[in-house]
Design a protein around this ligand. Structure first.
Ligand SMILES: [Zn+2]
Length: 350
């Protein structure tokens, strides 16, 4: 892979290629944007492009500055074994001072094989306070021919002193079509109907339309502009899990979340479902729905509420999701949400 293979981030890629062309590489980049949209992938390919040693790069096209993806340098960076390349990833949601020291150490040496010494710090916002303080010193005196790329989906959590010293490149979520391209490229036919239908949902309709609509098309909609998420999690299975719990909740059964992360994800999917329900009230064809394969099920649910109620519930759920970070009690939240829905939904008219 090379920079030209990054899908849906043309603006960011053009900025990077122009910078390589001019030879004015900053000492620190901050790649910011939601997770799962290609920031780390771009950082890796920028590292390859800057240290590529191929003679095949012809200077009569824009790919001259991109990685060849074949030379020994490109291959070593891809495998993470290039002596001038270091990837730092957080462990247990924390980047500690020891990791920052390893960056200092790596950058203090002269480039061994490549033109640049390059360090990528993924989830840079996970730096704890002492790591951030130590890192600031490295930023203040960047060694020559070195590049640090901070990758972050929550750059606002980084100290101002760090952010202000970085050259920021913003990444945007992808369109549904671009998502589809990425998923096809990465997943190929790994997602297939038989595999996904193996676990039957409590809601019949969750299964019976899958074969009628292209599975990859559904997944690219569910990815909501973040294909990276779709290639690590089976989004169709995840949605089945969500619906099963929703049905349990509507039937006043016991809470079914096992962690705060699950609660957060459940509310995220619920908000998308409510969005589909609201839009279905306004536009009947349903082509723009995220959960297009569940149209019948969502139509049935949306008949239990008028548009005003759907919007009110959306606002309440959105607020509740925001409160989850304050460690809301799991079963209280479950019971509260269930009671609210049962009170506001009118199943007699459905
Ligand atoms: Zn190369």
């Amino acid at each position: 892979m090379a920079l030209k293979d990054v899908i849906g981030q043309d603006k960011a890629i053009n900025i990077l290629l122009r910078t390589i062309e001019k030879g004015k590489i900053p000492s620190t980049y901050l790649f910011s944007g939601e997770s799962g949209i290609g920031k780390k992938f771009t950082a890796l390919n920028l590292a390859k492009a800057l240290n590529c040693i191929s003679e095949k790069r012809s200077n009569n096209n824009s790919l001259f500055y991109d990685a060849c993806d074949e030379c020994s340098s490109c291959q070593k960076i891809e495998k993470g074994i290039h002596p001038d390349f270091l990837m730092i990833e957080s462990e247990g949601n924390q980047i500690k001072i020891e990791e920052i020291r390893s960056i200092e150490e790596a950058l203090s040496l002269k480039a061994y094989e490549g033109q640049y010494k390059i360090v990528i710090i993924d989830n840079a916002e996970d730096m704890n306070q002492s790591a951030a303080n130590a890192f600031l010193k490295t930023l203040e005196e960047p060694p020559e021919n070195s590049l640090i790329i901070l990758v972050s989906s929550m750059p606002e959590l980084l100290p101002d002193t760090i952010r202000s010293r970085c050259c920021r490149v913003n990444f945007a979520p992808l369109s549904s079509n671009e998502c589809l391209k990425v998923i096809k490229k990465v997943m190929g036919n790994k997602y297939n109907v038989s595999k996904i239908s193996s676990k039957t949902s409590k809601v019949k309709n969750a299964d019976n339309k899958l074969s009628e609509i292209d599975m990859l098309e559904i997944i690219s909609r569910l990815a909501m502009g973040k294909p990276g998420y779709a290639v690590t999690v089976n989004l169709v299975e995840e949605r089945k899990w969500f619906i099963d719990l929703l049905e349990d909740m509507l039937n006043a059964e016991k809470d079914g979340w096992s962690s705060r992360e699950e609660m957060e994800r459940w509310f995220e999917i619920f908000l998308v479902l409510l969005r589909d329900m609201a839009l279905l009230k306004v536009k009947k064809d349903g082509n723009w729905m995220i959960n297009i394969d569940l149209k019948d099920y969502i139509e049935k649910l949306s008949r239990t509420m008028n548009l005003k109620v759907i919007i009110e519930i959306y606002q309440q759920m959105s607020r509740l999701k925001g409160y989850l970070r304050y460690n809301l009690n799991k079963s209280l939240t479950w019971n509260y949400t269930g009671l609210l829905l049962r009170t506001r939904m009118d199943f007699d008219n459905a």
